[in-house]
Design a protein around this ligand. Structure first.
Ligand SMILES: Nc1ncnc2c1ncn2[C@@H]1O[C@H](COP(=O)(O)OP(=O)(O)OP(=O)(O)O)[C@@H](O)[C@H]1O
Ligand SMILES: [Mg+2]
Length: 240
């Protein structure tokens, strides 16, 4: 699904990724762990085209996507969420979801809204996403007025509306209460997509992921299920 081959990235003198290579397989859920500043978000930025690589190659479903524009990479089926929420606070929950349907990205917000018939075409899909993410009862609320946990669920609904094959989730449950964490685990499990997520929450990772990759000094130093990673002495040292 996604092949990352000998990826290098430095910021000035600081080497963040050092010959990073990994092959992500279709349908699996991966967690990317590592200390603060170990390069997790940078890897997402490189895959998504938000940063340029120094060297190395990234291929998605056979297409070379190295250093392509983010919109092009997204159009091939990679969707990502950001560590900081990227919802539009002054629009309703429903409007936020509507705006993220594929091919909507190149339209101005206003023109997207004044096309009523098109909006109706999406209504059924929007309702499905609202149900899956437990947001029906706040569908007309402005995004800024719902709880933080609900905003994270909205971020997921938006990501689903992108209709992608690969999801890159940057800290999807950071700061989210346990009831919402459980909902998010169920949603992600039922999606049947290839998912790479960055997370620090142990319980979340243990319950959701197939494989954990631990990043240190620009490369993967340990790989396996959560228990294996937790008991790895190199990992324990890197987290100190
Ligand atoms: N655009 C940038 N310009 C300069 N330095 C950057 C840039 N992006 C990241 N860095 C640096 O690269 C290093 C890795 O950052 P990154 O955000 O990838 O870490 P992370 O593993 O996601 O950490 P966290 O767990 O805190 O989110 C950090 O030292 C950071 O300051
Ligand atoms: Mg980060």
């Amino acid at each position: 699904m996604l092949i990352v081959d000998k990826l290098n990235k430095s910021f000035g003198e600081q080497v963040v990724l050092n010959d990073f290579s990994y092959t992500f397989k279709e349908g699996k859920i991966y967690a990317l762990m590592g200390a603060n500043g170990s390069g997790k978000t940078t890897l997402f930025n490189l895959i998504g085209g938000f940063l340029k690589t120094d060297s190395g190659k990234i291929a998605f479903k056979g297409d070379n996507i190295t250093n392509q524009q983010p919109y092009r990479i997204a159009s091939l089926g990679i969707s990502r969420t950001f560590q900081n929420l990227r919802i539009i606070p002054s629009l309703s929950v429903t409007e936020n979801i509507y705006l993220s349907f594929k091919n909507k990205t190149d339209e101005k917000i206003t023109s997207a809204f004044f096309k009523a018939p098109e909006y109706n075409n999406y209504q059924e899909k929007i309702n499905t996403f609202l149900t899956i993410t437990h947001l029906e009862n706040v569908k007309d609320s402005l995004a800024k007025n719902i709880s933080y946990g609900q905003q994270k669920l909205l971020t997921l609904a938006i990501t689903m509306a992108n209709d992608c094959d690969l999801l890159l989730l940057d800290e999807p449950v950071a700061g989210v209460q346990v009831e919402y964490r459980k909902k998010i685990i169920d949603i992600l499990k039922n999606m049947n997509k290839t998912i790479v997520l960055i997370e620090h929450n142990a319980e979340f990772i243990e319950n959701l992921t197939d494989n954990v990759l631990f990043l240190d000094k620009g490369n993967i130093i340990a790989e396996g299920n959560y228990q294996t990673i937790k008991n790895n002495t190199e990992v324990q040292e890197a987290y100190l």
